[in-house]
Design a protein around this ligand. Sequence first.
Ligand SMILES: [Zn+2]
Length: 626
Amino acid sequence: MNLAPAFTALALAATATAQFPVVTTVLNNGTTQTRYDMVILGDGYQASQQAQFNADVNTFLAALFQKQPYQTFAAYYNVHTVFRPSVDSGADRPDETPAVFKNTVYDATYNYGGTDRCLYIQNTSQALADAALAPATEGRVLVMVNDTRYGGCAATFAVSYNGAQMAEVQTHELGHSLGQLADEYDYPYQTYTGGEPSAANITTSPTGAKWAVWHGTDGISAFQGAGYYLQGLYRPKVNCLMRVLGTTLCRVCQENITKITNSIVDVIATTSPASTAVAVAVPTPQTFSFTHFVPAGNLPLISWKFDGVVVPGATGTSWTLDPTTTTLGAHTVTASVRDQSLLVRSDPSNVMTETHTWNVTVGNPNLAQLRVPSASSNLVFVQPGSTVTLTATVTNDGPGTAGPFAVEFFVGGGIWAPTHSYLGSVTVPTLAASQSTTINHTVQLPWSLPAVIQWVHVVADRVDAVDESNETDNARTVVLVGQTGGCVTKLEYTTPFVRSDQATLSLAAGGTLHPTVVAPCLDPATTLYLIAWTGSGTAPGLLLAPGVTLPLNFDALTQLGLDGLNGAVFGNFLGVLDAQGLGHATFTLPPSTALPVGPTHFAALLLGQSQLFTATTNPVALTLLP
Ligand SMILES: [Zn+2]
C-alpha cells in the first residue's frame, strides 16, 4: 500500500487551514492600551465569502459611527476581526419544514431556546478561542451570521444576522455590553415589583429622578414601560434604540456609553518625559508635556498641579518646572485634561478627566555632601565623669564646599534624641570637596551617667547650616560600656544641648538650665542640698567648716539666690536627693533682666543631720551673654 498520496493530501490541508483564521485590525486608532477594542467574528461565511464578511463589518461600522455617541468618540475605538471560514453558508433553521442544518464554525442557529428570531451560536468555545486571537477586546464579542432571515440574540456573544437591520441590531447589543444599558421595551411581563435596577436607563421612580439632569432635553422625561415590564419601570424617552430599532439612542443612554468608553480609554496619548520618574537637577528647568485626543469640539480643559496644588495660568499641553523655586527632594507634577462634552452632564466619578502624574526628584549636583565615615573612642569601658577622647572623621564628597558647620557629640540611648547628654561640639570652618577632616574631642562624661550600654552619637551639621544633596547620612555612633563609679559629690547640668560643666544664657532671651546634684553615696533620707550662685569667682570660696569649702565667693548674686530660694527663678535650689542620689533643680532666667554680662558659677553644698555641712561640689560655669 502506497501512503504517499494520503500524506500529500494531509500536507495540503494543513497548508490551507494554516491561512485561517485571519486576524485583521480594520479600525486602528491607537494602541490597545489606550483605546476601546471591539472584536467581530463571522459565522456561516465560506472561505470564498470573506469579502462579504468584510463588507458586512464595514456596513456595521459605517452605521455605528454615524450614531451618537460613537460619532463624537470615533477615534476612541479599535475594531479587530477574526475570520474563520465555514464549510456551509448560512445558519441552522431547525424550526422550518424541512429543518435546515448547516456546518458552520460556531454552529449558529435560529430558534435558540425556542424563540424563533433568537439567532445564537452553539460552539461558543471555538468562538472564545478565536476572539482571543485578536490583539485585545473590551466587552462582548460581536458575531455576524451570514444568513438573510431576520434574527439576533445576545449572551456571552452579541449575534446578528447580516441583513438590512444588522447594524441596528448590533448597535443595540453594544448598548448592553459597552453601555451596560437595559432593554427599554415593555414585554413580556406585566408589573415590576423588584428593587431599583442598576442600569442607567430604567428606574422604578415615576419621576425619573435618576436622569433628572436631562429632563426637558430631547424629549427626556419618565415613561412607564421598560425593562420587559409594562408597569412599575420607567424609561427616559418615548423611543430609544434600546427600545425599538430604527431610532437613535436617547441622551441618557448616550451619556452612559460615553462615560464607560471614557473610563476605559486613556486620552493622554504621549507624555514627555516618557518615564513617570523624573530627576531634575538645579538649576536646569524641566519641561513636562503631553498629547491627547479629546475632540476639539469638546473643549478640552487642561490644568497642571505641582505637589497637588493647581498651578495658576497653566492651561496648555506643556509646563516648565523651575527647580530653583522649590525645595530639594520628592515632588509630583500632575497634568489633567477634562473632556467637556455636552453628551455628559453628570460625572461624579470624574471619568471625563484623564490625569498623568510624574514623580519628580529635585537634586542639586553642585551641593556639598557631608558624611561621617568613622568615629571611635579611646575608652570603651567608662565610669561617670570619665574623661574620653572621641575621634571622628567627617568627609565632604562634594562637589560644593561646606562650612562653617558644627560636629556635635552626644551620649545616651541607641536612637539619638534631643534629651541625650550633650558632650559639646567642634566647629569646622570650611571643608572643600573631596576633603576629610579628623576631629579629636576630649570631654568629661556626665557624673550622672547610668551604668548601662551607652551610645556616643557624632552628628555633623545637625542644624542643616550646609545645603547637602543628602541630609540623612550625617551621623555615626560609638558604643561605650557604662560602669558604676565611685562615691562623688558633684554638680552638673542635665539640659538638652548644654554641656554638663558649662552653659551660656542670653540676658535678652532668658532661658532654662537644670543644675543637678550628683551624690550617690549620701543618704537621701537625711541629706538636703542647697545650690548657690556667684558672679565673683570660685576662689578662695566660702569656708563653711574645717575642711569644707564651697567654691564660690559670696556676693549679690548669692544673696539674690538665697532670697529667691525655690521661687520662680531658683526652682528646687533647696531640696532632697532622689533614690538615685540626684537633686534636680531648675534655673529659669526671665528675658530682659538687668543682670551684668559675664561669667557666673553655681556650686552646691550638702546638709546632713549629724554634721550640718556634709560636703560641697565642684562649680559649674554659666556665662551670661547680652
Ligand atoms: Zn435609552
